[in-house]
Write a protein that binds this ligand. Sequence first.
Ligand SMILES: NC(=O)c1ccc[n+]([C@@H]2O[C@H](COP(=O)([O-])OP(=O)(O)OC[C@H]3O[C@@H](n4cnc5c(N)ncnc54)[C@H](OP(=O)(O)O)[C@@H]3O)[C@@H](O)[C@H]2O)c1
Length: 392
Amino acid sequence: MPDDNSRRRFLLGAAGIAAVPVVAGVAGCSSDEPASAAGRTATPTAGGGVTAATAVTLASGRRLGSLEVSSIGLGCQTMPGNLYGPVSSRENMITIIRTAVDQGVTLFDTAEVYGPLESERIVGEALQPVRDRVVIASKFGFEVNQETGERGGLNSRPDNIRRSVEGMLRRLRTDHIDLLYQHRVDPQVPIEDVAGTVKELIAAGKVRHWGLSEPGLRTIRRAHAVQPLTAIQNQYNLLARQPEDQVLPLCEELGIGFVPWAPLSYGFTTGTINPYTRLTQGDFRSAVPQFSRENMTANMAVVQLLQDWAIRKGATPGQLSLAWLQAQKPWIVPIPSATRISHLLENIGTEEVTFTGDELRQFTTALNAIRIQGERLPAPVLAATGVEAPMP
Ligand SMILES: NC(=O)c1ccc[n+]([C@@H]2O[C@H](COP(=O)([O-])OP(=O)(O)OC[C@H]3O[C@@H](n4cnc5c(N)ncnc54)[C@H](OP(=O)(O)O)[C@@H]3O)[C@@H](O)[C@H]2O)c1
């Protein structure tokens, strides 16, 4: 959709950090990853990250409410190496984050429970030298021991939110969190109490913006009435399009941005996973119904569609997945995770992929004709989504 795309593009102005290398002194490229991955010639940057001669630098940004961010963010949940299997090394995760900064990414997504605690520590260490040039998003909402990381159930009581935020500030090595989300609605705590607590944290300068993840619709309205929301973060991808029914229209009505998590369907729509892929033990995806062999076999029709269009558009299936999400609304900012530099650079390269209005209609019509099989999350996790908070 050229009009949409041109409307959404604006230079990042003073916040623009394109091609400004991060400080020196970090480890080099991942040892398990040839520097020439994806056919690029590697060039070390001052940041110690490895970018490539053909790598794209993000020059356009988007707005989540009043918050300016790059058109694609970086999800950092997988960096501790306990969600989709082990990662190459902690040093390499820091290099990836700093490479993302070098390539113009300004939005970094983490949460207290990722690791637990460790994802925030990695993000904090990586971004400390460029803190004033990036947007850090994190999430509270569970009972988490701030020393050991031991995790309990949902807890969005005000004292727990305040305790979580103090821990986050230490781990993220900062005095403020740019975008603080409630990770899941707590069915025991009125959203007015949560919003009121966040409002106080904003007044104290510890938080700049806030959002909700996977909330019920009425909860969005109630939260927004107490303290305006900047973003809703829900799962949204080619295999999980539920936000289109009611959440995206509500965001549009209220002027709230939208951040799709798992924008690559946990990697499935990149075309690098098929029904015969062997996942490592403990890989979260083996519990996701969409990842059963039978459902993956049926859902390969989406990958086939992407592969057909990838040739036509001169892009990769993953880039088309991200570009399709971006084409839906100018205030949508996907946050794919990547623990390989080649994946990060490919995702950033989505910058160069756009749909014309006709192409978007054609692609979406073909997508609509595919019957997606399997739920997007395991049943107990799914049950915690779309929840309405109790009334005060
Ligand atoms: N609010 C919430 O409840 C919630 C829930 C889940 C996630 N999130 C956020 O959303 C972020 C992204 O979600 P996600 O990690 O679950 O799913 P995702 O971004 O859809 O998929 C990540 C997977 O795709 C792979 N990948 C990424 N780019 C690729 C490429 N270009 N080619 C091939 N494979 C590629 C990654 O591999 P490598 O690691 O090998 O690069 C990883 O296995 C998380 O990091 C987190 O910040 C939020």
